[in-house]
Design a protein around this ligand. Sequence first.
Ligand code: AHR
Length: 674
Amino acid sequence: MKNKFLLLALGCALARGAMAQTKLTLQLDKAEKTVSPLLYGLMTEEINYSYEGGLYAQLLGNPAMLDMANTGQGRGQGRGGFGMQRPAHWVLTDSTAGRLSIERTNGINAATPNSLSIRLEADGVGVKNDGFWGIPIRPLNTYKGSVWLRAEEAGADAQVCLRSVDGKTVYASADLKGIGMNWKKFEYTFTTSKDVTPTKDAEWVLMPSKKGHYWMSRSTLFPPTFNNREKGLRADLMQMMKDMNPKFLRFPGGNYLEGNMFKERFDWKKMIGDTDERPGHACPWGYTSTDGMGLLEFLEWAEDVGAEPLVGLFAGYVLRGDYVVGPYLEPFIQDALDEIEYVMGGTDTKWGALRAKHGHPEPFPLHYVEIGNEDWFDRSGSYPKRYRQMYNAIKAKYPQLNIIATIGGHTSMGQSMNVDGVKVDIVDEHYYRNAIDMYRNAFQYDSYDRSKEPLVFCGEWATREGEPTPNMNAALGDAAWMACMERNSDIVIASCYAPLFVNVNPGGMQWTSDLIGYDALNSYGSPSYYAQVMFANNVGTKIVPIEATNVAQFSFEEPVRGPRGRQQEGVQPEMRTVTLNQVYYSATKDASKVYLKLANVRDTEQQVDVNLGNSVKIAKKARKIEMKGAGPEDTNSITNPRHIVPVTSKAKVGNLFSIKLAPYSIVVLVMDYK
Ligand code: AHR
């Protein structure tokens, strides 16, 4: 059989870009290392309108009256100007017939001092909300809403409705009876008819039965949610995540864990219980979180997609550089211990009992917690002390927990760290790279010193090509990187892409290249999303070592980089030739199958000759899942959501076979033992 490969090879030029006939020998009999069961997971934080205007299904913009917007009038209006301000998202149905303003006293509760003062000078005028770049309308959808109201004079009623933005079509409505002089929460449901055409060009309107002075607070609207959870999460996005088969959910960040200032950290105790009593806070990505997505919502999200929580604990450092250590860190450590108890404590514990009161008596499975986030940004060098203090406190109470540090491995963004006498068990490494750098580093863990270095959690990674969502080039970089993590998943115990979500409307994105895009009505997966679906759903339990020879390569010229990659202005950079693999691979197996993953990252077809040895007999037919793009920039979008998707077919395989990889393609072969 060897001769067959030789003869095939003779006809092929090995010149750059030509078919090189990569040869992979899968050593099934040497598959001893275990694939980490947590290898593929999810990472999330409030960024790009991920929850507000995203996963958190609440549909009204500025529901707690926390935000102001420029009116576009007045001196210096516009970005950074001092224009006249109005309550964001709320306007009168007739702006000439009254006035809206925010009042900051006499709120509904201590967490909600703000309310919307609505002065109506004519009958038939109301207040409306434009949602998050629209409000989704679908046939036969039952919406649940609530609104707090009071009036200067008792006696009026009101109607709430969803209607088209031109006001001509009412999709659903409900009556609210008896607005009094004291705050009252009105709850309502309404259902759209079966004939409505799906649209997001809709608005929510509250129309009092007569003119007067009214106040409104906390006004929310929910469409049907995933698993019908009360005040739950958007069904399409949840399904997309479930389809990724994630094993854990890293939350709440990311920068969102830390916040710019201490008062803007993820202060979980203010984010549990009645959503009307959560004050909300500024998120570091430039907008306000109402905190409807609080600790329990994250935990139930993990549960609903079949993942376990991986909780990032606030570690006394905020993004603008302030930090606390020693006795000043103690209250935050107590918060972290309480948080762990809320997640996994029995109902006989204080915080476990509170979780039960909030509707979830069953403790959540928790095995991993992380101390802080990206603490290499803490130039003060306080992390080792903070880490040690928190590590010791957590281990004393929960010795069974695995604790992740944010610095510590030598590959960790080039940082090394003395963690003040505490061994780093697991280090969180973040990799945001372009496709070329993904290829350049696609073997970085193959030579990892397993005897000296900590285990690795790739807690944020992405190939950043394309925006708002990554393109095929990015998916190929991701495939090369995932193959690397998978080949080394004895030490890369977990990984998760970031960011996960982006609202694709203008102004929705703060970070380019996000896995899943959406607007108020629709959502789509990027090629990178589908690459993860392909990888995470087809993984065995043991790593199959691969002997790779004659691997197809490509070369290109690049400047020899100066210090920190900068070139001197006006000086012709010195160039060098870089040669990288064109084909990337990984293989795993379980008791009945072998899973081979291949990526061809360039524009020439590539043949790969695969030899699975003789230790097991491989069936002649395999399941082949293939995703390919017409070019590196080929992509999906909100208007062309399924342009690039994996396609499943049958492939001829066996113990010795060849496969042709189309240009710019990712292939997973699922092969059965005979
Ligand atoms: O994923 C976006 C940001 O990248 C995260 O908030 C932060 O942890 C990292 O710098």
